[in-house]
Ligand binder design. Structure first.
Ligand SMILES: *Cc1c(COP(=O)(O)O)cnc(C)c1O
Length: 463
């Protein structure tokens, strides 16, 4: 890693990067004639190619000191590194108190400690008609481990799973790792990013096991309506599949559409809810999340999915007992003021970006986000000279402006681009200024425009 990359390492997908391809041969001879009988496995090779890490590193590699501008890392987001997003004091105190009490020093049970499971059930029950008990809750090391456990529990030979496009790449990686065949349905940009339910029916078959909904939606930034979610539940019921819903952003909403938990429709179809405090409380480093089973008819029990989840939890690491023991206080004291402050900053950032984009015709945001920490834009490449696609756009932007955005292709959306808004406002001001300069330089010119642009350049030089 270069120095510049290291400075931003906390913003890159938080995992290691393999510098070299693993050796394919299983036996390597050293100078003393010993034959080493081991070698790295390539079990994760395929799954790891779909993560964002490679793309972000490649873009950082294209940034350079010669540009004489600070690197703006807006391709990937972890707002927790910025002081304005620091979590609430109640949450920090809860952890300190547990740490000092010595009550967080032991192993916990595979499913999680009872007070924490009860606290999650209470937290979710506030919005649910059919109530969860602590037995319906399983604690995981972040929401990501929830994804892993659920996928491992569903992966039977020939099974396939329906994932959204655009989506959250960890789903693709873990489905690939678990041997679940991935089938993609579209989210429709012209219909507020609703799920293309006809498309869902078209790709499902007798081996389909589940449909994944991300709500509030990362990366689109929409919040699904009650009506749409009911239709999703009815479609899943018709197909005989369960719904896995990722609600990790349930406390990161700054628009007008209210959040409706998918669990409301559990009387129609079994729903597995994945959640956590990483995004809402802006503490992804605390590594705690949960799986909640909304299943009043006991379908997940009779199909032995619950049993498989428990078995998988028995053989995987648990979230830290310290954080588990602090969770009841964190959830009970869910600090409305903190959420409001955080969401106000995000809303302000979105307004700022959308406002500046009005002056940049080749970068269009079709739907202003109302949740999460990203803004998806469509690139109008026909307005640009010599830009092949979204990746080419982002590479040149990194190279010329030290500005890193994520090409949409990494999320399954060719010729789109994702801008991180979970940063400080002045970074976005700077970024949009650079983006405008870049787009102006690369704009396709008509003859008359060429003349006036030349004039502009001349006047620029005078400044
Ligand atoms: C960040 C994120 C996760 C992972 O959450 P952790 O608690 O950090 O593991 C899962 N799903 C979505 C949609 C996310 O944006």
């Amino acid at each position: 890693m270069s120095e510049e990359q290291q400075a931003h390492a906390n913003l890159v997908v938080p995992a290691f990067r393999t510098e070299e391809e693993p050796k394919t041969q299983t036996q390597t001879q050293n100078g003393h004639g010993t034959v080493w009988r081991f070698g790295g496995s390539d079990k994760a090779a395929k799954a790891s190619t779909v993560t964002l890490r490679g793309v972000i590193y490649m873009l950082f590699d294209n940034c350079s000191k010669d540009v004489k501008k600070t690197i703006l890392p807006l391709g990937h987001g972890d707002p927790s590194v910025y002081p304005c997003f620091r979590t609430c004091i109640d949450a920090e105190d809860a952890v300190v108190d547990v740490l000092r009490s010595g009550k967080g020093n032991s192993y916990g049970p595979g499913a999680g400690i009872l007070p924490a499971r009860r606290a999650v059930a209470d937290y979710l029950n506030r919005d649910l008609p059919s109530k969860l008990t602590p037995d319906d809750i399983f604690l995981t090391a972040g929401c990501n481990q929830g994804i892993e456990i659920v996928f491992e529990s569903l992966a039977r030979p020939n099974a396939n799973i329906l994932l959204p496009r655009p989506g959250f790449p960890h789903y693709d990686a873990r489905a690939a790792y678990s041997g679940l065949e991935i089938r993609k349905f579209d989210l429709l940009p012209n219909q507020e990013w609703e799920i293309d339910l006809q498309g869902v029916e078209a790709i499902a078959d007798e081996n389909t096991v589940a449909l994944v909904v991300i709500n509030p939606n990362n990366p689109c930034g929409n919040v699904y309506s009650h009506d749409h979610l009911r239709k999703v539940a009815e479609t899943a019921r018709k197909l005989g599949i369960m719904v896995i819903t990722d609600e990790v952003y349930d406390q990161t909403i700054f628009g007008d559409n209210p959040f409706v938990p998918m669990g409301k429709f559990a009387s129609i179809v079994p729903v597995m809810t994945l959640g956590g405090i990483s995004k809402g409380w802006v503490v992804p480093g605390w590594k705690i999340g949960w799986i909640a089973l909304n299943d009043p008819e006991g379908v997940l029990e009779s199909t032995k999915v619950v049993q498989s989840i428990k078995q998988n939890l028995d053989i995987t690491p648990d979230p830290s007992t310290i954080i588990q023991a602090a969770l009841p206080t964190i959830l009970e004291k869910a600090d409305k003021k903190f959420f409001a402050k955080k969401n106000k900053i995000l809303r302000h950032n979105v307004d700022l970006v959308c406002d500046r984009l009005k002056d940049i015709p080749c970068v269009v945001c079709p739907k202003k986000p109302e949740s999460c920490t990203y803004l998806l834009t469509k690139l109008e490449l026909s307005l640009l000279e010599n830009i092949k696609d979204d990746t080419d756009f982002c590479v040149k932007l990194a190279r010329e402006e030290n500005l890193v955005f994520l090409p949409g292709e990494a999320l399954g959306l060719k010729n789109w681009m994702r801008i991180t808004i979970g940063v400080e406002a002045h970074m976005l001001e700077d970024a949009l200024e650079r983006l405008k300069g870049f787009c102006t330089r690369h704009a396709k010119k008509t003859d008359t425009e060429t003349e006036s642009l030349e004039a502009l350049k001349l006047s620029d030089n005078k400044v």
